[in-house]
Design a protein around this ligand. Structure first.
Ligand code: NDP
Length: 451
């Protein structure tokens, strides 16, 4: 049977574009459909614009510190509109880079929505049908508003990059990556930030001590973080949104941002009709090789809701190409993924939390918290945390958790050692780089005594 294409990719985000490019470079005839902008969540409404906003938000502290270091500085104000114009110009540039990657590698693109209508067939929004030997689902995910009255008055992370003006006062709901990152960004940009999280501590699932450290620093930086709190009622008031919290508190906010989770983009895609199984959240269920229940159809990235991180989607895309086009079945390795949460200070983490490790086996915990030289000199009270979780049985470092400026950069490197199976003694015999914050990772001698 002959097909129009060897591979048809649905979704032009990081995972889909990578898979399309690599398959095409290997000689496959590839097409890709994207209904929105090329680059997907990461480039257009996620990691990239978020990180640029993180940079923008860090200047007030840097300027204040400069004065402490003897510089004559005048902070002035933040011009959101100027920043936004530049930000979107950068996103346009990056989108063109993504389009260029596809074009230069011979991938045919369709600026259209595509849905699956058979094991080897997709239909574009103009009604055209295309056949392919393999179909790759890479539609990603989207933020969702909670199912509660008044939620439609709120915004999500998708909207934040398009605001005409920065709110003076915002309420952020949630305690995950997105809620905490935007609480810190907006606080840094001078917005009055209140954050409600329904649980006992933000960043559920991460190391308890590290979560507590981030939360303490966020509060001391001025974020009004209310734990065990949610919205009881929200209504449109005169000049803002009136919110009553579950703790009885009533306040008006210019904006309410929900960062209460994301959902896979599988609605109205024709997936179940062709035999693809979806999970409880609507995610595409796949095996270790990203193959769905329909053998010719694979899925990667956030649409599978495995580990929703850009570099993981890219790896899943590469493993798919290796498996399907290079005859080398390659399962995706989801073990020991280093990750960073771009709060202020950042948190970088790889491996097990103290709590999870303790459930698994006897451990030793090495942990230190201190005021880093750079900001302590400027009179700031902020502290950083360096922590290692070590197996008592084989001395391997099971987890490394860093809360500090630049923790994202540090954990990338510590992640290599942990992934290689480094022991505490391997860390110890590595000479410290002095004076740095991360040298503490190789100089902690005594385990903490914990009950
Ligand atoms: P998360 O699932 O991480 O967090 C959602 C938060 O909202 C949780 O704190 C959850 O509480 C809370 N929540 C859920 N439903 C409700 C509700 N009805 N009312 C009140 N609170 C609610 O989602 P995010 O949107 O923050 O991030 C999605 C994913 O995107 C992340 O898991 C991550 O994989 C990725 N990401 C990665 C980044 C990075 O690498 N730096 C940055 C941003 C996103 P509870 O804990 O009680 O369930």
């Amino acid at each position: 049977m002959s097909f129009d294409y060897d591979l048809f990719v649905i979704g032009g985000g990081s995972g889909g574009v990578r898979a399309a490019r690599v398959a095409a470079q290997g000689g496959a005839k590839v097409a890709l459909a994207e209904e929105d902008r090329y680059g997907g969540t990461c480039v257009i409404r996620g990691c990239v614009p978020k990180k640029l906003m993180v940079f923008a938000s860090e200047f007030p502290d840097a300027i204040a510190d400069a004065a402490e270091y003897g510089w004559t500085v005048h902070a002035g104000g933040f011009d959101w509109s100027a920043f936004k114009t530049k930000l979107h110009a950068e996103l346009d540039r990056l989108e063109n880079v993504y389009r260029g990657i596809l074009k230069n590698n011979g991938v045919e693109t369709y600026d259209a929505r595509a849905k699956v209508i058979g094991a080897h067939e997709v239909e574009l929004s103009d009604g055209t049908r295309k056949s392919a030997k393999h179909i790759l689902l890479a539609m990603g995910g989207r933020p969702v508003l909670p199912d509660q009255e008044g939620a439609e008055l709120g915004i999500t992370s998708n909207d934040i990059f398009h605001l005409d003006e920065l709110p003076k006062k915002i309420l952020i709901i949630g305690g995950g990556y997105i809620a905490c990152e935007f609480a810190c960004i907006l606080n840094g940009l001078g917005v009055d930030v209140t954050q409600y999280y329904r649980g006992a501590q933000i960043l559920r699932g991460f190391d308890g001590e590290a979560r507590g450290h981030v939360s303490d620093e966020m509060i001391s930086n001025g974020i009004k973080l209310h734990l065990g709190t949610n919205i009881a009622q929200m209504t449109r008031g005169e000049g803002g949104i009136d919110v009553t919290a579950t703790n009885g508190d009533t306040q008006m906010f210019d904006q309410v941002m929900f960062a209460t989770g994301r959902a896979p983009n599988t609605d109205d895609m024709g997936l179940e009709a062709v035999g693809i199984e979806l999970g409880r959240k609507g995610e595409v269920l796949v095996d270790d090789y990203s193959q769905t229940k329909v053998p010719s159809i694979y899925a990667i990235g956030d649409v599978t809701d495995r580990v929703n991180l850009t570099p993981v989607a890219i790896r899943e895309g590469m493993a798919f190409v290796e498996t399907v086009f290079n005859g080398n079945p390659t399962p995706v390795d989801h073990e020991l993924i280093p990750t960073a949460i771009f709060t202020q200070p950042e948190m970088g983490t790889v491996g097990l939390s103290e709590e999870d490790a303790r459930e698994q086996e006897p451990i030793e915990v090495y942990s230190t918290s201190f005021k880093p030289m750079q900001t302590a000199f400027a009179g700031r009270s902020g502290r950083v945390l360096m922590k290692l979780i070590v197996s008592k049985a084989n001395r391997k470092v099971l987890g490394c958790h860093i809360v500090a400026p630049g923790a994202g950069e540090m954990i990338q490197l510590a992640g290599i050692a942990v992934k290689m199976g480094a022991t505490k003694e391997d860390f110890d015999r590595t000479v410290a780089v002095h004076p740095t914050m991360s040298e503490e990772l190789v100089t902690m001698k005594e385990p903490q005594i914990r009950q």
